[in-house]
Ligand binder design. Structure first.
Ligand code: ADP
Ligand code: MG
Length: 693
């Protein structure tokens, strides 16, 4: 295994070992790619040949669907073509949305570089809590689909945009789906608005059906002002190379370890070429980076020339950029990534892909009302995309850390749209804020389940966000909708204004909005646990965060202080930034900023006001720390990263659940159960459950 196969061989991956990506050879030789001028590089991309066709279709069609292999230039080129063709004149903007924040930043930076402008001037981006655009200057704007949804609250018809490109539509993120439904509505009111739906897979067919099913109205010839209302569909022929697929012979238990061994094996035996490893999240990526780095240190010979880099959202900008920088001669870059590198970002020079077969996915069970993040098998469509990343510059090899039988008989053909496996609380409130009342009757690309919808309405009613007629309450409902956070967090903030502890609560909200403020990794667990104890509060993690924040400020925001205490400095900088933004939002919507000094009871009450639905009690006879959720009687445990791990107080509220061998509560705080009835009488009153004592 591992030898390069002749190019152009067509073998279906379901039968043979070769994944056929597409026909012709790459027009340029792989060497020298890095030296070509930017203009030359742009012209070499597959979309370049379609430039005229794309612009013509957009001119003449309300909606254009563009399918093209990852790396063909959809994201970076099409917005530039639009600008060159005059779509950004007269104060109009071109928007390009992405499901992921990191992709927004990376792509905007690349486009600014290609255009030779400063990021934030003509080319800018907006993600939650970070707006790098200039009014009247920015004409190409990259943003998350979630941010574009938020913009609709102030400008329901998105009037400042001439063209909106909804990119990565195949990902079917919850915000993409809501956005598509709303854009379809907007188009009826703004026929001049052009939509581009771009996607890496042929699944675009269902998108095209979605945009085709317009209500038949007085539309003779299905045309309006010479504009075709039927969507146009264009497929950009990619130029990927063949990728040879190697499967594991036996099922693999520890995919982190297996990935590390595979990388070392590739490095030992295979010719030059960078490696891309797909793992699931920051924790396993950090672990793999650590293992490989240790290997480089202890066994230099075997691993000399290896450059190991992580790639996940939340990574500081400087580290992100390393991933895109060309690999030096004689070196081999190993990028260990979440599924962000599956289709959202293109890395040049990848020849080997190691696919764990897993990704972190959200799952929601409306019966137990529990949503958690689970490491779950990917779909066959994702596996093919991952493999495809190896064939960009020359024929490549993909090592699948699962068996062929598993691929063929156990993986789903395609992923399930996120809207069908998520808690819908945020989704419902956003639609309500946009005046969409009949949510079940909304024109969804994929319908959410009625059970999940009813659960969401119930929670929002209990939060005091919706009234008896399922309309947003004033002011609470509108305030919650204004804060760009999970409605439970927003409600916690609003309650804190009444309880006089908003200064503390916005700190907590800011900390909860970053991945983790701790430094983790294999080998440092004991030291970091000890460091954590220095700040640990008996009340739980939320209060512990306040102690850390205080310590960080007292240290003069020092990076050494963070290092010494196993606190992630970059995460803390982010917390400061988010906190500033939240402060502004809170003041704008008329809440009172006030500190409760050392009264932690009000802080816990504020948390309860938002997160009452996540209340749990310790099973009386449990000796292993088993809790039950008050609502659904689900078995849950305190996560080992919590300061309350092994402390096991009787009543707690958690912020989120993660599921591995068990369901673990992350970020836990102690409460007095009587506060639950106070916070949400409707939610708990009529339920049959353990007495609240
Ligand atoms: P698509 O959206 O079709 O997947 P992109 O427009 O993202 O393709 O990428 C097109 C090409 O632009 C890539 O193949 C790569 O050569 C180059 N490119 C994109 N982003 C970067 C980056 N951040 N750094 C360097 N090159 C990049
Ligand atoms: Mg793209």
């Amino acid at each position: 295994p591992g030898t390069e196969r002749p190019q152009g061989r067509v073998v279906d991956d379901e039968e043979g070992g070769v994944l056929f990506l597409s026909g012709a050879h790459h027009s340029s030789s792989s060497s020298g790619y890095g030296y070509a001028s930017i203009e030359k590089q742009r012209q070499r991309l597959p979309v370049y040949k379609y430039r005229t066709a794309i612009l013509y279709l957009i001119e003449t069609h309300a909606t254009t669907i563009i399918v093209g292999e990852t790396g063909s230039g959809k994201t970076t080129q099409i917005p530039q073509y639009l600008k060159e063709a005059g779509w950004a004149t007269g104060g109009r903007l071109i928007a390009c949305t992405q499901p992921r924040r990191l992709a927004v930043q990376a792509v905007a930076a690349r486009v600014a570089e290609e255009m030779g402008v400063k990021l934030g001037d003509e080319v800018g981006y907006t993600i939650r809590f970070e707006d790098i655009t200039k009014p009247d200057v920015t004409v190409l704007k990259f943003l998350t689909d979630g941010v574009l949804l938020r913009e609709m609250m102030n400008d329901p018809l998105l009037t400042k945009y001439s063209v909106i490109m909804v990119d990565e539509a195949h990902e079917r993120s919850i915000s993409t789906d809501i956005l598509l439904g709303l854009l379809k509505k907007i188009q009826r009111r703004r026929p001049e608005l052009r939509l581009i739906i771009s996607s890496a897979t042929i699944e675009a067919k269902s998108m095209s059906d979605f945009f085709r099913t317009r209500k038949k109205r007085r539309e003779p010839e299905n045309e309006e002002h010479g504009l075709q209302l039927e969507p146009a569909l264009l497929s950009v022929e990619g130029r990927g190379f063949n990728v040879q697929i190697n499967y594991a012979e036996e099922p693999i238990q520890d995919y982190v370890q297996a990935a590390v061994s595979t990388v070392l094996l590739i490095h030992e035996r295979e010719p030059t070429g960078d490696v891309l490893v797909f793992l699931t999240g920051q924790d396993d990526i950090d672990a793999a980076v650590q293992l490989l780095t240790d290997e480089v240190q202890t066994n230099g010979k075997r691993s000399s020339g290896l450059i190991v880099l992580p790639l996940y959202s939340g990574l500081p900008r400087a580290e992100q950029e390393l991933v895109f920088s060309p690999t030096l001669r004689g070196k081999r870059k190993v990028v260990i990534s979440t599924n962000i590198a599956e289709t959202s970002l293109t890395l040049e020079g990848i020849v080997y892909v190691v696919d764990s077969g897993f990704s972190k996915q959200r799952f929601y069970n409306p019966i137990s009302d529990i949503e958690n993040l689970v490491v779950a098998p990917i779909s066959r469509a994702s596996a093919r995309q991952r493999a495809g990343r190896a064939g960009r510059v020359r024929p490549g090899v993909c090592y699948r850390l699962y068996t062929e039988d598993y691929f063929l008989n156990h993986m789903l053909n395609e992923g399930i749209p996120e809207i069908q496996r998520s808690n819908l609380v945020s989704c419902v409130i956003q639609l309500k804020a946009l005046g969409i009342d009949n949510i079940l009757g909304f024109d969804w690309p994929a319908s959410p389940s009625p059970e999940a919808m009813i659960r969401a309405l119930e929670v929002l009613y209990s939060l005091g966000v919706l009234d008896d007629d399922a309309k947003l309450t004033s002011p609470t409902g509108f305030q919650v909708a204004e804060i760009p956070l999970d409605p439970m967090v927003s409600k916690m903030i609003i309650a804190s204004s009444q309880l006089g502890c908003s200064e503390e609560i916005i700190t907590i909200a800011a900390v909860l909005s970053v991945q983790s403020i701790w430094i983790s990794g294999r080998g440092i667990q004991k030291d970091s646990d000890e460091a954590k104890l220095r700040f640990a509060a008996a009340e739980g993690d939320h209060v512990t965060f306040l102690n850390i924040y205080k310590g960080f400020l007292q240290s003069g925001k020092s990076s050494q202080w963070c290092h010494k205490n196993y606190v992630n400095y970059h995460a803390m900088r982010k917390v400061l930034e988010v906190r500033e933004q939240l402060k502004r939002i809170v003041q704008r919507i008329g809440l009172i900023l006030k500190s409760c000094e050392s009264d932690m009871q009000v802080v816990r009450k504020a948390v309860t006001a938002g997160f009452f639905a996540n209340a749990c009690y310790l099973e009386a006879y449990s000796h292993n720390g088993m809790y039950k959720t008050l609502r659904g009687s689900q078995e849950v445990y305190i996560h080992p990263s919590s300061v309350l791990f092994r402390v096991n107080p009787k009543w707690v509220i958690y912020n989120s659940l993660v599921s591995t061998d068990r369901q673990y509560m992350r970020n836990v705080i102690t409460i007095d159960p009587s506060w639950l009835l106070e916070a949400a009488p409707h939610f708990y009153q009529l339920q049959q459950h353990k007495p609240l004592t």
